[in-house]
Ligand binder design. Structure first.
Ligand code: FES
Ligand code: FES
Length: 174
């Protein structure tokens, strides 16, 4: 079995896996990154989301061979990613949180928590693209399209507040 080299949270990793193995399995089972969750396994809920070259991707249906040579960021890598965007060394970000993660705590968003990995990944992608999104843009990002983010606990209102709070924190550079 040929090794596949990918960059995860800023570190080059070589994994031994068939190329059609879902990225989620590699992240959780080989690289011991437990942020991304297995929900539906069908690209329909968002629990497994990661960033691939800055764009949200559903890792449950993404063959690992497709991310060879690309930058994968999981929930665990968000603080260092934020430090990089602030031109700080990664060491200064640890144990600091990404503003999205801090806002999630401040707004006490999670209930059971199962969906929240994907919610924070989605929020990070959105705020990178639209630093001060309107309510309509936030709702559109999370709820529209073929693959919305689902929360069976109904935390949507808190997510809306947290995205707005994160936007303010990011504007302050925190
Ligand atoms: S587990 Fe990947 S979208 Fe649901
Ligand atoms: S917090 Fe429970 S599924 Fe979203």
């Amino acid at each position: 079995m040929a090794g596949i080299t990918l960059t995860v949270n800023g570190t080059r990793r070589e994994v031994q896996a068939p190329g059609d193995t879902p990225l989620l399995y590699v992240l959780r089972n080989d690289l011991e990154l437990s942020g991304p969750q297995f929900g539906c396994g069908l690209s329909q809920c968002g629990a497994c989301s990661v960033l691939v070259d800055g764009k949200e991707a559903r890792s449950c249906v993404l063959p690992v061979s497709r991310v060879a040579g690309k930058e994968v960021t999981t929930l665990e890598g968000l603080p260092a990613r934020w430090a990089g965007q602030q031109a700080l060394p990664a060491s200064e970000a640890d144990p600091a949180l990404h503003p999205v993660q801090q806002a999630w705590i401040d707004e006490q968003v999670p209930q059971c928590g199962f969906c929240q990995n994907g919610m924070m990944i989605k929020a990070t992608e959105l705020l990178d693209e639209v630093p001060a999104p309107t309510v309509a843009q936030i709702k559109d990002a999370f709820m529209s399209g073929a693959s919305p983010h689902l929360c069976r606990c109904g935390s949507y209102s808190a997510i809306l507040d947290a995205v707005q709070r994160a936007s303010i924190l990011m504007a302050k550079g925190r």
